[in-house]
Design a protein around this ligand. Structure first.
Ligand SMILES: O=P(O)(O)OC[C@H]1O[C@](O)(CO)[C@@H](O)[C@@H]1O
Length: 485
Protein backbone atom coordinates (compact mmCIF):
# COMPACT_ATOMS: atom_id res chain seq x y z
CA UNK A 1 0.00 0.00 0.00
CA UNK A 2 1.26 3.49 -0.87
CA UNK A 3 2.58 5.38 2.13
CA UNK A 4 1.00 8.58 3.37
CA UNK A 5 2.70 11.84 4.33
CA UNK A 6 1.22 11.32 7.82
CA UNK A 7 3.44 8.24 8.21
CA UNK A 8 6.64 10.29 7.94
CA UNK A 9 8.79 11.43 10.85
CA UNK A 10 8.36 15.19 10.11
CA UNK A 11 4.57 14.79 10.23
CA UNK A 12 4.77 13.00 13.57
CA UNK A 13 7.18 15.64 14.85
CA UNK A 14 4.70 18.39 13.92
CA UNK A 15 1.88 16.44 15.56
CA UNK A 16 3.72 16.37 18.85
CA UNK A 17 4.61 20.08 18.44
CA UNK A 18 0.89 21.04 18.39
CA UNK A 19 0.50 20.81 22.18
CA UNK A 20 3.43 23.17 22.69
CA UNK A 21 1.92 25.77 20.34
CA UNK A 22 -1.53 25.46 21.87
CA UNK A 23 -0.04 26.38 25.23
CA UNK A 24 1.57 29.51 23.76
CA UNK A 25 -0.47 32.69 23.66
CA UNK A 26 -0.24 34.78 20.52
CA UNK A 27 0.56 37.77 22.76
CA UNK A 28 3.77 36.05 23.81
CA UNK A 29 4.63 35.15 20.26
CA UNK A 30 4.11 38.77 19.24
CA UNK A 31 6.35 40.02 22.03
CA UNK A 32 9.27 38.19 20.50
CA UNK A 33 10.63 40.85 18.14
CA UNK A 34 13.22 38.52 16.63
CA UNK A 35 10.52 35.99 15.74
CA UNK A 36 8.25 38.70 14.25
CA UNK A 37 11.03 40.08 12.08
CA UNK A 38 11.96 36.66 10.80
CA UNK A 39 8.35 35.93 9.79
CA UNK A 40 8.13 38.75 7.27
CA UNK A 41 9.36 39.00 3.72
CA UNK A 42 9.01 40.97 0.55
CA UNK A 43 9.06 40.02 -3.09
CA UNK A 44 8.40 42.28 -6.05
CA UNK A 45 5.98 44.60 -4.28
CA UNK A 46 4.33 41.85 -2.25
CA UNK A 47 4.97 42.00 1.47
CA UNK A 48 4.07 38.97 3.55
CA UNK A 49 3.77 39.22 7.33
CA UNK A 50 2.95 35.85 8.83
CA UNK A 51 4.04 36.71 12.35
CA UNK A 52 0.46 36.42 13.58
CA UNK A 53 0.17 32.80 12.62
CA UNK A 54 0.22 30.42 15.57
CA UNK A 55 3.71 29.32 14.65
CA UNK A 56 7.22 29.79 15.91
CA UNK A 57 10.48 29.77 13.98
CA UNK A 58 10.75 26.15 15.14
CA UNK A 59 7.30 25.36 13.67
CA UNK A 60 8.44 26.76 10.35
CA UNK A 61 11.57 24.65 10.31
CA UNK A 62 9.47 21.55 11.05
CA UNK A 63 7.17 22.51 8.16
CA UNK A 64 10.20 22.81 5.86
CA UNK A 65 11.18 19.27 6.87
CA UNK A 66 7.66 18.16 6.02
CA UNK A 67 7.99 19.81 2.59
CA UNK A 68 11.19 17.85 2.09
CA UNK A 69 9.49 14.60 3.11
CA UNK A 70 6.72 15.39 0.62
CA UNK A 71 9.38 15.96 -2.11
CA UNK A 72 7.86 19.37 -2.73
CA UNK A 73 10.90 20.74 -4.56
CA UNK A 74 10.96 17.76 -6.92
CA UNK A 75 7.22 18.11 -7.48
CA UNK A 76 7.54 21.80 -8.37
CA UNK A 77 10.30 20.89 -10.84
CA UNK A 78 8.17 18.11 -12.31
CA UNK A 79 5.34 20.57 -12.89
CA UNK A 80 7.55 23.15 -14.61
CA UNK A 81 9.17 20.50 -16.76
CA UNK A 82 5.83 19.26 -18.11
CA UNK A 83 5.74 15.84 -16.46
CA UNK A 84 2.28 14.32 -16.27
CA UNK A 85 1.62 15.31 -12.65
CA UNK A 86 -2.13 15.23 -13.37
CA UNK A 87 -2.10 11.49 -12.93
CA UNK A 88 -5.86 10.95 -13.15
CA UNK A 89 -6.00 12.46 -16.64
CA UNK A 90 -2.39 11.61 -17.49
CA UNK A 91 -1.56 15.21 -18.46
CA UNK A 92 0.98 17.94 -17.85
CA UNK A 93 -0.10 20.86 -15.65
CA UNK A 94 1.39 23.86 -17.38
CA UNK A 95 -0.63 27.01 -16.73
CA UNK A 96 2.78 28.60 -16.02
CA UNK A 97 3.53 28.29 -19.75
CA UNK A 98 0.60 30.65 -20.45
CA UNK A 99 2.60 33.58 -19.11
CA UNK A 100 6.11 32.49 -20.02
CA UNK A 101 8.33 34.87 -21.99
CA UNK A 102 8.48 34.23 -25.75
CA UNK A 103 11.99 32.82 -25.66
CA UNK A 104 11.31 30.30 -22.88
CA UNK A 105 11.20 26.57 -23.56
CA UNK A 106 8.60 24.55 -21.68
CA UNK A 107 7.98 21.07 -23.01
CA UNK A 108 4.89 18.96 -22.82
CA UNK A 109 5.20 15.51 -24.37
CA UNK A 110 8.47 16.50 -26.02
CA UNK A 111 7.11 19.67 -27.66
CA UNK A 112 7.86 23.24 -26.65
CA UNK A 113 4.41 24.74 -25.96
CA UNK A 114 5.50 28.37 -25.62
CA UNK A 115 5.35 29.20 -29.39
CA UNK A 116 1.74 27.91 -29.47
CA UNK A 117 0.90 30.08 -26.48
CA UNK A 118 2.33 33.16 -28.16
CA UNK A 119 0.63 32.39 -31.46
CA UNK A 120 -2.73 32.62 -29.65
CA UNK A 121 -1.66 35.71 -27.68
CA UNK A 122 -0.64 37.43 -30.93
CA UNK A 123 -3.96 36.46 -32.48
CA UNK A 124 -5.81 37.91 -29.47
CA UNK A 125 -3.82 41.11 -29.73
CA UNK A 126 -4.63 41.47 -33.41
CA UNK A 127 -8.33 40.65 -32.99
CA UNK A 128 -8.88 42.82 -29.92
CA UNK A 129 -7.06 45.73 -31.59
CA UNK A 130 -9.38 45.39 -34.60
CA UNK A 131 -12.53 45.32 -32.48
CA UNK A 132 -11.34 48.22 -30.34
CA UNK A 133 -10.26 50.41 -33.27
CA UNK A 134 -13.43 49.68 -35.24
CA UNK A 135 -11.88 47.77 -38.10
CA UNK A 136 -13.87 44.67 -37.03
CA UNK A 137 -17.51 45.73 -36.95
CA UNK A 138 -20.86 44.03 -36.44
CA UNK A 139 -23.21 42.81 -39.15
CA UNK A 140 -24.78 46.26 -39.59
CA UNK A 141 -21.45 48.05 -39.71
CA UNK A 142 -21.51 49.37 -36.16
CA UNK A 143 -18.53 49.16 -33.82
CA UNK A 144 -18.74 46.45 -31.16
CA UNK A 145 -18.37 48.29 -27.89
CA UNK A 146 -19.93 45.71 -25.58
CA UNK A 147 -18.75 42.21 -24.78
CA UNK A 148 -20.66 39.46 -23.00
CA UNK A 149 -18.38 36.59 -21.95
CA UNK A 150 -20.33 33.37 -21.37
CA UNK A 151 -18.66 30.77 -19.17
CA UNK A 152 -18.79 29.19 -15.72
CA UNK A 153 -16.31 28.01 -13.07
CA UNK A 154 -12.76 28.63 -14.23
CA UNK A 155 -14.08 30.01 -17.49
CA UNK A 156 -15.67 32.83 -15.48
CA UNK A 157 -14.29 33.41 -11.98
CA UNK A 158 -10.68 34.27 -12.86
CA UNK A 159 -11.59 36.70 -15.66
CA UNK A 160 -14.29 38.29 -13.46
CA UNK A 161 -11.77 38.74 -10.64
CA UNK A 162 -9.23 40.46 -12.89
CA UNK A 163 -11.90 42.58 -14.57
CA UNK A 164 -13.18 43.75 -11.18
CA UNK A 165 -9.64 44.56 -10.11
CA UNK A 166 -8.89 46.55 -13.26
CA UNK A 167 -12.13 48.50 -13.44
CA UNK A 168 -10.90 51.32 -11.21
CA UNK A 169 -7.22 51.13 -12.13
CA UNK A 170 -6.39 54.57 -13.57
CA UNK A 171 -4.68 53.27 -16.71
CA UNK A 172 -7.16 50.45 -17.37
CA UNK A 173 -10.23 52.58 -16.80
CA UNK A 174 -8.88 55.01 -19.37
CA UNK A 175 -8.23 52.34 -21.99
CA UNK A 176 -11.69 50.82 -21.35
CA UNK A 177 -13.33 54.21 -22.02
CA UNK A 178 -16.90 53.72 -23.29
CA UNK A 179 -16.69 49.93 -23.46
CA UNK A 180 -18.54 47.36 -21.33
CA UNK A 181 -17.59 43.83 -20.35
CA UNK A 182 -20.19 41.60 -18.72
CA UNK A 183 -20.12 37.97 -17.62
CA UNK A 184 -22.94 35.49 -18.08
CA UNK A 185 -22.49 32.35 -15.99
CA UNK A 186 -25.69 31.23 -14.37
CA UNK A 187 -28.13 29.01 -16.22
CA UNK A 188 -30.90 30.96 -14.49
CA UNK A 189 -32.50 33.11 -17.22
CA UNK A 190 -32.42 36.01 -14.79
CA UNK A 191 -28.68 36.17 -15.48
CA UNK A 192 -29.38 36.35 -19.23
CA UNK A 193 -31.90 39.13 -18.66
CA UNK A 194 -29.42 41.10 -16.55
CA UNK A 195 -26.64 40.65 -19.08
CA UNK A 196 -28.54 41.79 -22.13
CA UNK A 197 -30.36 44.56 -20.31
CA UNK A 198 -29.58 47.87 -22.01
CA UNK A 199 -27.43 46.25 -24.69
CA UNK A 200 -28.08 46.24 -28.40
CA UNK A 201 -27.12 43.09 -30.36
CA UNK A 202 -25.84 45.39 -33.12
CA UNK A 203 -23.02 46.63 -30.89
CA UNK A 204 -22.43 43.48 -28.85
CA UNK A 205 -19.82 40.77 -29.24
CA UNK A 206 -20.43 37.46 -27.45
CA UNK A 207 -17.44 35.37 -26.38
CA UNK A 208 -18.32 31.76 -25.54
CA UNK A 209 -15.68 30.48 -23.13
CA UNK A 210 -15.58 26.78 -22.36
CA UNK A 211 -12.61 24.46 -22.14
CA UNK A 212 -14.73 21.45 -23.11
CA UNK A 213 -17.48 23.25 -25.04
CA UNK A 214 -19.91 20.76 -23.48
CA UNK A 215 -20.74 22.40 -20.13
CA UNK A 216 -24.53 22.40 -19.94
CA UNK A 217 -25.00 25.89 -18.44
CA UNK A 218 -22.58 27.56 -20.83
CA UNK A 219 -23.97 25.87 -23.92
CA UNK A 220 -27.55 26.76 -23.04
CA UNK A 221 -26.56 30.38 -22.45
CA UNK A 222 -24.61 30.34 -25.75
CA UNK A 223 -27.67 29.06 -27.63
CA UNK A 224 -29.82 31.72 -25.92
CA UNK A 225 -27.53 34.57 -26.98
CA UNK A 226 -27.10 33.09 -30.47
CA UNK A 227 -30.89 33.33 -30.75
CA UNK A 228 -30.83 36.89 -29.34
CA UNK A 229 -28.39 37.90 -32.09
CA UNK A 230 -29.90 36.01 -34.99
CA UNK A 231 -33.48 36.99 -34.24
CA UNK A 232 -32.42 40.65 -34.25
CA UNK A 233 -29.86 40.66 -37.05
CA UNK A 234 -30.36 37.41 -38.99
CA UNK A 235 -28.45 34.11 -38.69
CA UNK A 236 -25.57 35.36 -40.88
CA UNK A 237 -24.75 37.92 -38.15
CA UNK A 238 -23.50 35.17 -35.81
CA UNK A 239 -20.09 35.02 -37.49
CA UNK A 240 -19.50 38.72 -36.75
CA UNK A 241 -20.98 38.74 -33.26
CA UNK A 242 -19.88 35.45 -31.72
CA UNK A 243 -16.39 34.12 -31.08
CA UNK A 244 -15.16 31.29 -28.88
CA UNK A 245 -12.39 30.24 -26.51
CA UNK A 246 -11.98 26.49 -26.16
CA UNK A 247 -9.74 23.46 -26.36
CA UNK A 248 -12.45 21.75 -28.42
CA UNK A 249 -12.35 23.52 -31.77
CA UNK A 250 -14.45 20.80 -33.47
CA UNK A 251 -17.42 21.51 -31.22
CA UNK A 252 -16.91 25.26 -31.68
CA UNK A 253 -17.34 24.82 -35.43
CA UNK A 254 -20.31 22.50 -34.97
CA UNK A 255 -21.98 25.19 -32.86
CA UNK A 256 -21.73 27.58 -35.81
CA UNK A 257 -18.80 29.75 -34.80
CA UNK A 258 -16.21 30.30 -37.52
CA UNK A 259 -13.08 28.35 -36.42
CA UNK A 260 -11.03 31.36 -37.58
CA UNK A 261 -12.72 33.25 -34.77
CA UNK A 262 -11.88 30.65 -32.16
CA UNK A 263 -9.04 31.11 -29.69
CA UNK A 264 -7.43 27.88 -28.60
CA UNK A 265 -5.95 26.64 -25.40
CA UNK A 266 -4.77 23.20 -24.39
CA UNK A 267 -5.62 20.20 -22.26
CA UNK A 268 -2.57 20.91 -20.08
CA UNK A 269 -4.37 23.98 -18.69
CA UNK A 270 -6.69 23.14 -15.80
CA UNK A 271 -9.98 25.05 -16.14
CA UNK A 272 -9.56 26.74 -12.75
CA UNK A 273 -6.05 27.91 -13.68
CA UNK A 274 -7.02 29.19 -17.11
CA UNK A 275 -7.31 32.95 -16.50
CA UNK A 276 -3.94 33.55 -18.22
CA UNK A 277 -5.06 31.67 -21.34
CA UNK A 278 -7.46 33.09 -23.94
CA UNK A 279 -10.16 32.41 -21.31
CA UNK A 280 -9.14 35.60 -19.52
CA UNK A 281 -6.86 37.32 -21.99
CA UNK A 282 -9.43 37.61 -24.80
CA UNK A 283 -12.33 39.27 -22.92
CA UNK A 284 -9.96 41.41 -20.86
CA UNK A 285 -8.02 42.55 -23.96
CA UNK A 286 -11.27 43.46 -25.69
CA UNK A 287 -12.13 45.63 -22.70
CA UNK A 288 -8.75 47.11 -21.74
CA UNK A 289 -6.40 46.46 -24.64
CA UNK A 290 -3.76 43.76 -24.85
CA UNK A 291 -0.97 45.90 -23.42
CA UNK A 292 -2.80 46.31 -20.09
CA UNK A 293 -3.52 42.58 -19.87
CA UNK A 294 0.08 41.75 -20.76
CA UNK A 295 1.13 43.47 -17.53
CA UNK A 296 -1.05 41.03 -15.61
CA UNK A 297 0.70 38.14 -17.40
CA UNK A 298 4.10 39.61 -16.57
CA UNK A 299 3.10 39.87 -12.89
CA UNK A 300 1.99 36.24 -12.88
CA UNK A 301 5.27 35.25 -14.57
CA UNK A 302 7.23 37.03 -11.89
CA UNK A 303 5.56 35.06 -9.06
CA UNK A 304 5.98 31.83 -11.08
CA UNK A 305 9.73 32.42 -11.25
CA UNK A 306 9.80 33.24 -7.55
CA UNK A 307 7.85 30.05 -6.78
CA UNK A 308 10.11 27.91 -8.96
CA UNK A 309 13.47 29.14 -7.82
CA UNK A 310 13.33 30.72 -4.35
CA UNK A 311 14.38 28.69 -1.30
CA UNK A 312 11.32 27.70 0.70
CA UNK A 313 12.24 29.99 3.61
CA UNK A 314 11.62 32.99 1.33
CA UNK A 315 9.09 31.51 -1.05
CA UNK A 316 5.70 33.22 -0.58
CA UNK A 317 3.45 30.58 -2.25
CA UNK A 318 5.26 27.75 -0.47
CA UNK A 319 5.07 29.51 2.91
CA UNK A 320 1.35 30.19 2.51
CA UNK A 321 0.78 26.57 1.45
CA UNK A 322 2.69 25.19 4.43
CA UNK A 323 0.80 27.47 6.81
CA UNK A 324 -2.47 26.18 5.35
CA UNK A 325 -1.39 22.62 6.06
CA UNK A 326 -0.38 23.62 9.59
CA UNK A 327 -3.68 25.42 10.29
CA UNK A 328 -5.95 22.80 8.76
CA UNK A 329 -4.30 19.45 9.27
CA UNK A 330 -2.51 20.08 12.57
CA UNK A 331 -4.26 22.89 14.44
CA UNK A 332 -7.66 21.74 13.16
CA UNK A 333 -8.92 25.11 11.88
CA UNK A 334 -11.16 24.17 8.95
CA UNK A 335 -11.70 27.62 7.40
CA UNK A 336 -9.68 30.54 6.04
CA UNK A 337 -10.99 34.08 5.65
CA UNK A 338 -9.64 36.10 2.72
CA UNK A 339 -10.00 39.77 3.63
CA UNK A 340 -8.72 42.26 1.09
CA UNK A 341 -8.83 45.86 2.25
CA UNK A 342 -9.66 47.14 -1.19
CA UNK A 343 -12.87 46.91 -3.14
CA UNK A 344 -10.84 46.24 -6.28
CA UNK A 345 -10.17 42.73 -4.95
CA UNK A 346 -13.86 42.11 -4.33
CA UNK A 347 -13.85 38.95 -6.44
CA UNK A 348 -10.59 37.51 -5.11
CA UNK A 349 -12.29 35.24 -2.56
CA UNK A 350 -14.65 33.57 -5.07
CA UNK A 351 -11.71 33.03 -7.45
CA UNK A 352 -9.54 31.51 -4.73
CA UNK A 353 -12.49 29.41 -3.54
CA UNK A 354 -12.46 27.62 -6.87
CA UNK A 355 -8.70 27.50 -7.32
CA UNK A 356 -8.20 26.03 -3.86
CA UNK A 357 -11.38 24.11 -3.08
CA UNK A 358 -11.65 22.44 -6.47
CA UNK A 359 -8.07 21.24 -6.01
CA UNK A 360 -7.54 20.54 -2.33
CA UNK A 361 -9.48 18.97 0.48
CA UNK A 362 -9.87 15.50 -0.95
CA UNK A 363 -10.65 12.59 1.37
CA UNK A 364 -8.00 10.40 -0.25
CA UNK A 365 -4.34 10.75 -1.19
CA UNK A 366 -3.13 10.95 -4.78
CA UNK A 367 -2.83 7.15 -4.66
CA UNK A 368 -6.43 6.75 -3.53
CA UNK A 369 -5.60 5.93 0.10
CA UNK A 370 -8.11 7.35 2.64
CA UNK A 371 -6.54 10.22 4.60
CA UNK A 372 -6.52 9.94 8.39
CA UNK A 373 -6.49 13.78 8.65
CA UNK A 374 -8.41 16.76 7.31
CA UNK A 375 -6.98 18.51 4.25
CA UNK A 376 -7.82 21.75 2.45
CA UNK A 377 -9.50 24.78 3.95
CA UNK A 378 -12.97 26.21 3.44
CA UNK A 379 -12.32 29.60 1.92
CA UNK A 380 -14.60 32.58 2.23
CA UNK A 381 -14.15 36.31 2.33
CA UNK A 382 -15.27 39.81 1.63
CA UNK A 383 -13.42 43.05 1.31
CA UNK A 384 -12.82 45.03 4.46
CA UNK A 385 -14.40 47.08 5.82
CA UNK A 386 -17.69 45.48 4.68
CA UNK A 387 -16.90 42.13 6.31
CA UNK A 388 -16.20 43.87 9.62
CA UNK A 389 -19.86 44.78 9.87
CA UNK A 390 -20.92 41.28 9.01
CA UNK A 391 -19.17 38.02 9.88
CA UNK A 392 -16.13 39.35 11.78
CA UNK A 393 -18.11 39.08 15.02
CA UNK A 394 -17.95 35.30 14.86
CA UNK A 395 -14.22 35.52 14.28
CA UNK A 396 -13.76 37.91 17.23
CA UNK A 397 -15.98 36.14 19.65
CA UNK A 398 -16.50 32.60 18.46
CA UNK A 399 -14.41 30.02 16.73
CA UNK A 400 -10.85 30.57 15.54
CA UNK A 401 -10.62 31.32 11.83
CA UNK A 402 -7.20 32.02 10.32
CA UNK A 403 -7.53 35.30 8.44
CA UNK A 404 -5.47 36.52 5.51
CA UNK A 405 -5.66 40.31 5.61
CA UNK A 406 -4.61 41.92 2.36
CA UNK A 407 -3.64 45.56 2.56
CA UNK A 408 -2.55 47.84 -0.24
CA UNK A 409 0.37 50.22 -0.47
CA UNK A 410 -1.34 52.70 -2.72
CA UNK A 411 -5.00 53.00 -3.54
CA UNK A 412 -6.11 52.99 -7.17
CA UNK A 413 -8.43 55.87 -6.28
CA UNK A 414 -7.02 57.81 -3.34
CA UNK A 415 -9.14 60.25 -1.39
CA UNK A 416 -7.40 62.86 0.72
CA UNK A 417 -9.36 64.70 3.40
CA UNK A 418 -7.79 67.18 5.72
CA UNK A 419 -7.35 65.75 9.23
CA UNK A 420 -8.85 62.41 8.25
CA UNK A 421 -7.12 59.07 8.20
CA UNK A 422 -8.15 57.25 5.06
CA UNK A 423 -6.87 53.89 3.95
CA UNK A 424 -4.92 55.06 0.95
CA UNK A 425 -2.17 57.04 2.55
CA UNK A 426 1.13 55.69 1.29
CA UNK A 427 3.08 57.21 4.13
CA UNK A 428 0.88 55.69 6.82
CA UNK A 429 1.08 52.32 5.15
CA UNK A 430 4.86 52.49 4.99
CA UNK A 431 4.95 53.35 8.68
CA UNK A 432 2.56 50.53 9.37
CA UNK A 433 4.97 48.02 7.97
CA UNK A 434 8.15 49.81 8.94
CA UNK A 435 7.37 49.33 12.61
CA UNK A 436 6.20 45.80 13.22
CA UNK A 437 6.52 46.38 16.96
CA UNK A 438 3.76 48.94 16.69
CA UNK A 439 1.51 46.10 15.65
CA UNK A 440 2.05 44.35 18.93
CA UNK A 441 -0.87 42.39 20.13
CA UNK A 442 -3.52 44.21 22.12
CA UNK A 443 -2.59 47.84 21.39
CA UNK A 444 -5.49 50.26 21.38
CA UNK A 445 -6.35 52.31 18.29
CA UNK A 446 -5.27 55.41 20.24
CA UNK A 447 -1.85 53.94 20.93
CA UNK A 448 -1.51 52.95 17.30
CA UNK A 449 -2.61 56.37 16.13
CA UNK A 450 -0.07 58.03 18.38
CA UNK A 451 2.47 55.83 16.63
CA UNK A 452 1.21 57.14 13.29
CA UNK A 453 -0.49 53.89 12.30
CA UNK A 454 -3.92 54.17 10.72
CA UNK A 455 -6.18 52.49 13.27
CA UNK A 456 -8.72 51.14 10.87
CA UNK A 457 -5.94 49.50 8.90
CA UNK A 458 -5.21 47.52 12.01
CA UNK A 459 -8.10 45.21 12.70
CA UNK A 460 -6.80 45.19 16.27
CA UNK A 461 -9.83 43.47 17.71
CA UNK A 462 -8.91 40.33 15.86
CA UNK A 463 -5.69 40.29 17.86
CA UNK A 464 -7.52 40.29 21.14
CA UNK A 465 -9.30 36.97 20.73
CA UNK A 466 -7.93 33.81 22.13
CA UNK A 467 -5.76 32.34 19.40
CA UNK A 468 -6.37 34.10 16.12
CA UNK A 469 -3.85 33.65 13.38
CA UNK A 470 -3.44 35.74 10.33
CA UNK A 471 -1.15 36.69 7.55
CA UNK A 472 -0.98 40.06 5.94
CA UNK A 473 -0.27 39.94 2.25
CA UNK A 474 0.42 43.26 0.69
CA UNK A 475 0.14 43.37 -3.08
CA UNK A 476 1.29 46.20 -5.27
CA UNK A 477 -1.89 46.91 -7.12
CA UNK A 478 0.04 48.62 -9.88
CA UNK A 479 0.86 45.26 -11.34
CA UNK A 480 -1.71 42.95 -9.73
CA UNK A 481 1.09 40.60 -8.91
CA UNK A 482 -1.15 37.92 -7.59
CA UNK A 483 -0.26 34.96 -9.81
CA UNK A 484 -1.78 31.57 -9.13
CA UNK A 485 -0.40 30.47 -5.88
O1 LIG B 1 -14.66 25.50 -19.23
P1 LIG B 1 -15.67 24.42 -19.10
O2 LIG B 1 -15.25 23.17 -19.81
O3 LIG B 1 -17.02 24.89 -19.60
O4 LIG B 1 -15.81 24.02 -17.59
C1 LIG B 1 -16.26 24.93 -16.62
C2 LIG B 1 -15.95 24.46 -15.22
O5 LIG B 1 -16.51 23.18 -14.97
C3 LIG B 1 -15.59 22.38 -14.22
O6 LIG B 1 -14.98 21.49 -15.10
C4 LIG B 1 -16.24 21.54 -13.14
O7 LIG B 1 -17.33 22.12 -12.58
C5 LIG B 1 -14.56 23.39 -13.73
O8 LIG B 1 -13.35 22.83 -13.39
C6 LIG B 1 -14.47 24.29 -14.91
O9 LIG B 1 -13.81 25.48 -14.61
Amino acid sequence: MASLISDTAPWKDLKSHVGEIEKTHLRDLMNDAHRCHSLMLEFDGLFLDYSRQCATVDTMSKLFSLAEAAHLKEKINSMFSGEHINSTEDRSVLHVALRAAKDTTINSDGKNVVPDVWQVLDKIKEFSDKVRNGSWVGATGKALTNVIAIGIGGSFLGPLFVHTALQTDPEASKTAGGRQLRFLANVDPVDVARNISGLDPETTLVVVVSKTFTTAETMLNARTLREWISSALGPQAVSKHMVAVSTNLKLVEKFGIDPNNAFAFWDWVGGRYSVCSAVGVLPLSLQYGFSVVEKFLIGARSIDQHFQSTPFEKNIPVLLGLLSVWNVSFLGYPARAILPYTQALEKLAPHIQQVSMESNGKGVSIDGVRLPFEAGEIDFGEPGTNGQHSFYQLIHQGRVIPCDFIGIVKSQQPVYLRDEVVNNHDELMSNFFAQPDALAYGKTPEQLQSENVAPHLVPHKTFTGNRPSLSILLPSLDAYRIGQV
